[in-house]
Design a protein around this ligand. Structure first.
Ligand code: SF4
Length: 433
């Protein structure tokens, strides 16, 4: 009888990519994906512990799975993988005795072994069925791990040191995806510009890799995530400018606007360096879209330090800001050596203040696009309207003739802080100026 699996994924794009890779491996053995865990033989929870809230969601999901099994209305094996699993899993085994196997991020081999499946691919599974759950877009991890050890972050302890994948292997994977109908790939790394720094002579780098996949026929767009300011070189920014398929979109987490806090976070740069990188991008691509991540309420954050963050947001005017309130992650330097001394109420107020600035600036930046024609890669259809993204990664809902995977021109008629709305340009009414 065909075996069935269900994968639940929490967290960043890297986790999404890991889940798809595991699914591709299980598909290779003839297993079948199902939506309902109670109908599965195997349930995998791909977890995230970067924020306390994400960890809580994983734990409560595990509780629901355990209850299903206890009541006897389900009979599946449970695998927990991802950032919840560290090098030692004794404590996890004690807390969750009903879990059959724990796997660190990308430790697929142990999962296959636990299932009695012989795998000799070294974890390199590529999807065989298209379209994949991410449709015409795909995430392709190019560098694993992180060497930066920011004081608040658990990732280096869970994903290990930076390790770049071989260029040929990435090119083959992207070619395979494009052959299956993928039109846009996002090259992924926790610090994506570090790609190649662990190779001899530090080459090939991210720019070389983007050039190597650029001319694949039918590949429409190349994106890359997530940028780390200090690893971003002018050579890489030039590659973004000069390679037409690479979109002019940068997600560069700054995390804070105060140099003292950046130092406490051990981010490895100051605000001057961050401004320098933003200026470099804008001098080469004035229309580039730049988004960022911000943490509020980090250990010892004073009112004046928080104001520096608000000032930085006003100065840079990001297209989008992802903001989170600091929560200590056990095992990190900050959790061991610093005081989580900003009251929860203050964290919430600061979070809201950042959201208000973000909404005002994003609204103004998006409003400038009203009346413009935008190239949109169609990703799907919902509530009678198509949706997709511009080259600058803005979400667009639109009416008109289209199909998933098409690149269409959309006349933008309405905007909010979060998305754009319009009609395909062929069908749009002429603008009355
Ligand atoms: Fe974590 Fe810092 Fe590495 Fe980003 S750069 S993954 S925040 S340690």
């Amino acid at each position: 009888m065909t075996k069935r699996y269900h994968i639940w994924t929490e967290g960043c794009q890297m986790n999404v990519a890991d889940s798809l890779k595991l699914a591709a491996g299980l598909d290779r053995f003839g297993w079948q994906a199902v939506d309902a865990p109670e109908t599965a033989d195997l349930v995998v929870l791909n977890t995230c512990v970067v924020r306390e809230s994400a960890e809580h969601r994983a734990v409560s999901h595990l509780g629901r799975l355990a209850a299903m099994k206890r009541k006897g209305n389900a009979d599946f094996r449970i695998v927990v993988m991802g950032c919840m699993v560290g090098p030692k899993d004794d404590e996890l085994r004690r807390r969750f005795p009903y879990v059959d196997h724990f796997a660190r991020p990308q430790a697929f081999d142990g999962i296959f072994e636990a299932l009695g499946l012989a795998d000799d691919s070294g974890g390199e599974f590529w999807p065989t069925a298209f379209p994949t759950p991410t449709g015409p877009t795909a995430y392709v991890p190019i560098i694993h791990g992180c060497d930066k050890f920011c004081t608040y972050c658990i990732v280096p302890y869970r994903r290990g040191r930076e390790q770049s994948r071989l260029l040929d292997e990435v090119v083959q994977e992207v070619a395979h995806l494009v052959h299956g109908g993928v039109r846009e790939v996002t090259l992924l790394g926790q610090t994506v510009e570090a790609y190649g720094l662990d190779f001899e002579d530090k080459r090939p780098d991210l720019g070389d890799l983007m050039a190597a996949i650029h001319d694949l026929p039918n590949l429409e767009r190349i994106r890359f995530l997530t940028s780390y300011p200090k690893d971003m070189t002018s050579k890489i920014v030039e590659a973004v400018r000069d390679l037409p398929k690479v979109t002019e979109f940068f997600n560069i987490p700054v995390q804070h606007g105060s140099d003292a806090v950046l130092q406490r976070m051990r981010r490895g740069y100051d605000t001057a360096l961050f401004h320098d990188r933003v200026n470099l991008i804008r001098s080469m691509m004035p229309e580039a879209s730049i988004t960022t991540d911000i943490i509020v309420g980090f250990c010892g954050e004073t009112e004046a330090e928080f104001d520096a963050t608000l000032r930085l947001l006003e100065e840079v005017r990001f297209d989008k800001v992802h903001v989170a309130a600091y929560s200590p992650r056990p095992g990190t330097i900050a959790a061991r050596r610093m005081q989580d001394d900003v009251p929860l109420e203050v964290k919430k107020q600061r979070l809201q203040a950042v959201e208000e600035v973000e909404e005002r600036i994003s609204s103004a930046l998006n409003a400038r696009l009203e009346g413009s024609d935008q190239e949109v890669l169609v990703e799907g259809r919902r509530d009678g309207r198509w949706f997709g993204r511009t080259r600058s990664n803005k979400l667009v809902h639109f009416a008109g003739e289209a199909a998933i995977g098409d690149v269409v021109t959309v006349r933008i008629e309405k905007t909010t802080a979060w998305s754009l709305q319009g009609t395909t340009a062929d069908e749009a009414l002429p603008l009355v100026l």
